[in-house]
Every structure is written in structure tokens, then in C-alpha cells.
Design a protein. Structure first.
Length: 387
């Protein structure tokens, strides 16, 4: 039976919950805001299936991509609404045109991120844009299996560990399954996000949320913004709160790894161990081509891991150029390396403080420590040179 001794050994993919034949495993939220499997031992029949489908226990071998591309969606309207180059939408539209089903992460009515699916092109808009919170898988793995067994084509998009969990859950390869993941920095705590939102919106008690965008390009792709659209309950007045990645305390904390899931610091799916057909990422600073210009609207880096992935990419016909893996790796180190967490413990041990105050203190401490290290080097550089 599944037994999580250390929290770093669970990525939260819910494969064990979905596979249990007695439905005696449920996901319970801990004090950090992350969900972990809880086992009802009285109903457990000790079949071992939960352990067999765990992508942390049963990790795949690392590998390198078959080929890599820089690409953009020629539809600028879609590209501006996407996190980077708008390639996911092109792939998803192709699958739907083939009579298929697309699964992705979307906001639910309670403004939680959960996996759901659509069978129509119009339904894809809810999947666009990054959601920097770990999504709720729910019954998605079970629904994917039902669609696959019915002969439907399925596109499943998610984090690398979710793709790995889905593949382990299915226990076999399906020719009609296509998977897309992305270079994942790590997943922040949903509980921390709720804490941040509560403080951020306390002055807007008479408003309801209409939309949340983590990667709004209103200030450009490189200086993306976190934006919240609000509507007054009575007057219907609309307000948009927007802060760039350097101003938004939640994004600052996320990008500094203060509240990622413990498993993200020991990721079981780095180096393409998820077995996804295609992996997407931002291609920051791409300037190798006259065909694809860095116009600050977004460029995608694409890693192809299977022949089917390469076939579908060429079927959807984005604007693309072949690039070297090493060049993408230069600006996307998270492809191969897990995030470090030198200040994570400090963050959670000071949760009685206002959210923004903690982030400001942590950033100040980080800058101070960096200055200390530089000063130490300058005053002891003769020792380094001797070494």
C-alpha cells in the first residue's frame, strides 16, 4: 500500500487515487496547502496497484529529445493570449478536428485550478495561459482511459509528473493518446495562493472575480503580469488589478522557490522522464532567424520526444526553425535540474506575518546574503587564487 513517509516522495499526481479498485485513497490537504494521498486501511485489500502506478517510485530513464524547434503560432491573436508562442492551441485544434478530446488545466467556479476536458474548439480558451498552482486531477485519468478505450483520440496536457502519473495509471501504450507537458519550474501551493488572494482582494469585498491571468502580456511577454479582472456586485463596474512579475509578491515568491511542492526539489520527471510526446517552454531571447522575430509577443521552444510528436507538429504547421538542444537548455535549466529551496523553511515558519511582508523580508535577506558572499570573496580572493 502507498505510504508517504517523506513529503518529497509524493508529486501529487493522484494516479494512486484513480487506480485504487476499492476507492480507499483520497487526497487530503496538509498545512502547507498541498494534497497528499490518505489511505483508509480498513478497506484496503493490499493489491499493490497504488505503488505500481506511482511515478516517484517507478521513475523512467532520463533521455534527450529527438529534435528541437523555435516556433510561433501565425495567429497573433492566439499568441498574445498564450503564455509563449501559442503552439499548444494549434495542437489542440488539430486533435479536436480529428474528432478527439483535449484535457487541460482550467479555473473552476471556486477559482481553483483543476483538470477538465473539451470536445469543441471554443472550449480551448480556458486552457490557454499558465496557471501557477498545482491543479486538481480529480477523475481526469479515469475519463482519459474511457475515451481511449472508446477509440477517441485524446490530447492530455499537464506538468511532467502528471503526464508520468497518467502513463503509469494506464499501464499500457495507446496509439490514440497524445501528451504535451512543459518545462516546469515547480508547482506553488494552492493554499499559499488563496492566502495571497485573500490579502490582495480585502479592499474589494463588493467585487467578484471574472478572470485571473498569471502570464498577461499587457506589459509584454518578457515582463509579463499577474492580472485579476473584477466586477462590482451591484454597479457591475469592472476593475483590472495588474502587477508585473517584479511587482507581484506571489510571482516573486514563486520564482524564488519559497513555496513549491517538496517533490519539486527532487523532481521525478526531469530530463524528459515523463515520456510526453512534446514538451513546450518559453524561448527567451531567441534571435537566430528572420522568420521568427522576438517581438515580445512570445516564442515557444519545442522539444520533440517521439516520432508521433514530430508528425503532429508538422501537421499543424506553425512558423518554426530547427535549433540545438544546448541553446534551449542554456536558458531553460529546469529541463534537467530541480529547483533549489534555501528559503522555503523560513517562509513557512513565518506564516503569521502578512504575505507581502514575508516576501519583502525574504527578498531583502537574499540580496543581503548575496552581498555578504561577494564581500567574502573580495576579502578572501587570494585564497581562491591559491586554490
Amino acid at each position: 500500500m502507498i505510504n508517504i513517509v517523506e513529503k518529497k516522495d509524493c508529486c501529487g499526481c493522484s494516479a494512486c487515487v484513480s487506480k485504487c479498485p476499492k476507492q480507499c485513497i483520497s487526497m487530503i490537504v496538509d498545512n502547507e496547502g498541498f494534497s497528499y494521498p490518505y489511505l483508509d486501511k480498513e478497506n484496503c485489500i493490499d493489491c499493490g496497484l497504488c505503488e505500481k502506478v506511482c511515478p516517484v517510485i517507478n521513475q523512467n530513464e532520463p533521455k534527450k529529445p529527438l529534435r528541437c524547434y523555435a516556433a510561433i503560432n501565425p495567429d497573433e491573436n492566439i499568441r498574445v493570449k498564450s503564455s509563449s508562442g501559442g503552439i499548444f492551441t494549434m495542437i489542440a485544434e488539430y486533435i479536436i478536428a480529428e474528432g478527439g478530446v483535449v484535457f487541460g488545466a482550467a479555473w473552476n467556479k471556486n477559482w481553483q485550478v483543476e483538470h477538465t476536458y473539451t470536445e469543441v474548439k471554443e472550449g480551448l480558451k480556458v486552457f490557454r495561459g499558465s496557471k501557477y498552482i498545482q491543479s486538481i486531477i480529480g477523475d481526469s485519468f479515469i475519463q482519459v482511459e474511457l475515451f481511449l478505450k472508446a477509440g477517441r483520440k485524446v490530447l492530455f496536457s499537464g506538468t511532467p509528473c502528471q503526464i508520468a502519473g497518467l502513463k503509469k495509471f494506464l499501464c499500457k501504450e495507446y496509439d490514440n493518446l497524445f501528451t504535451v507537458d512543459f518545462v516546469c519550474h515547480g508547482v506553488p501551493s494552492p493554499g499559499v495562493f488563496r492566502w495571497y488572494m485573500k490579502e490582495e482582494l480585502k479592499r474589494y469585498s463588493d467585487y467578484v472575480i471574472k478572470d485571473i491571468r498569471f502570464r498577461d502580456k499587457c506589459e509584454g511577454w518578457k515582463n509579463f503580469s499577474f492580472s485579476i479582472d473584477l466586477e462590482n456586485i451591484d454597479s457591475k463596474e469592472c476593475v483590472t488589478l495588474s502587477q508585473t512579475l517584479h511587482e507581484c509578491s506571489f510571482l516573486v515568491g514563486f520564482l524564488n522557490n519559497y513555496y513549491l511542492r517538496p517533490s519539486c526539489h527532487y523532481c521525478p520527471a526531469k530530463q524528459f522522464k515523463s515520456s510526453a510526446d512534446i514538451t513546450l517552454a518559453d524561448y527567451w531571447g531567441y534571435n537566430q532567424s528572420d522568420k521568427i522575430k522576438d517581438d515580445d509577443k512570445g516564442v515557444s521552444a519545442i522539444f520533440i520526444s517521439t516520432k508521433e510528436g514530430d508528425r503532429i507538429l508538422h501537421m499543424v504547421e506553425p512558423l518554426y526553425e530547427t535549433v540545438e538542444y544546448s541553446d534551449i537548455l542554456r536558458i531553460n535549466g529546469a529541463v534537467e535540474h530541480s529547483a533549489q529551496a534555501p528559503y522555503r523553511e523560513y517562509f513557512y515558519s513565518h506564516s503569521e506575518m502578512p504575505f507581502k511582508t514575508i516576501i519583502e523580508k525574504l527578498v531583502s535577506e537574499k540580496i543581503l546574503n548575496k552581498a555578504r558572499r561577494k564581500l567574502y570573496f573580495l576579502t578572501h580572493k587570494h585564497e581562491y587564487y591559491k586554490g
